[in-house]
Design a protein around this ligand. Structure first.
Ligand SMILES: N[C@@H](CCC(=O)N[C@@H](CS)C(=O)NCC(=O)O)C(=O)O
Length: 223
């Protein structure tokens, strides 16, 4: 594969999923950061939705993180999707569930009024209940979505767990994982991996919190 170029916004969890996959697969890639508040013309020309991530591969452009990651998985070893089509389809479905969680997390942190923020928090907690009921048992204090090994679906959840961890550092009231023991172990397992730790720039934990505060959200006022 020609050296791919990933177009990123530093704080974007969807881009982060692609970075994790590129790191897991040890792909030689370039990353270009843009400011989403001031999108450059060259970016608007190549990104049909005006969103990141975009992956440029030679003359071709891919968009949508799930699609980018499936392409990387099909072309760059090790393959992280299950081989069995039924299991693969299930993993894709649960990766969609992770995207819904990311949107809830955005709503929880960025809503202007308490009622909207709390509603999103409740939606996160009800999704946690569902996930907790389908996860396998941890082994030796470790857990991935499908048990003992990492799959593509895990990379879809890692950015969500990382942001929750940034918030947890700001106070126990942000620790939404308490009461969900399997999810907690899953999160700890993912956040301990080098490909996940190195998938954001060092300034991102602080900038994530600053971003929430700068948008005068209800939750931002509590941090
Ligand atoms: N479904 C898309 C979501 C990507 C997305 O929402 N990206 C956000 C940043 S995290 C974005 O580029 N937003 C641009 C905008 O809203 O103007 C994916 O998975 O790639």
């Amino acid at each position: 594969m020609e050296k791919p170029i990933l177009i990123s916004f530093k704080l974007c969890p969807f881009v982060q999923r692609s970075v994790i996959n590129l790191l897991e697969k040890k792909v030689d890639y370039e990353i270009r950061y843009i400011d989403l508040a001031n999108k450059p013309d060259w970016f608007l020309k190549i990104s049909p939705f005006g969103k990141v991530p975009v992956l440029q591969v030679g003359e071709d452009v891919l968009f949508e993180s799930a699609v980018i990651n499936e392409y990387l998985d099909e072309t760059q070893p090790p393959a992280l999707h299950p081989k069995d089509p039924l299991q693969k389809a299930k993993h894709r479905a649960w990766a969609e569930f992770a995207s819904a969680l990311l949107m809830d997390q955005y709503g929880w942190t960025m809503s202007k009024v308490e009622a909207d923020s709390e509603k999103k928090k409740e939606e996160i907690l009800s999704k946690f209940k569902i996930l907790e009921s389908i996860l396998p048992e941890p082994k030796n204090g470790r857990l991935f979505f499908a048990g003992e090994t990492m799959h593509l679906v895990d990379t879809a959840y890692a950015p969500f767990f990382m942001r929750l961890d940034f918030l947890k550092a700001k106070g126990a009231s942000f620790d939404l994982l308490s009461g969900f023991p399997k999810l907690k172990i899953w999160s700890e397992t993912l956040l301990s991996l080098p490909s996940i730790k190195n998938s954001v720039l060092p300034e991102v934990p602080k900038e994530y919190i600053d971003f929430i505060k700068a948008h005068s959200s209800w939750l931002g006022g509590k941090i």
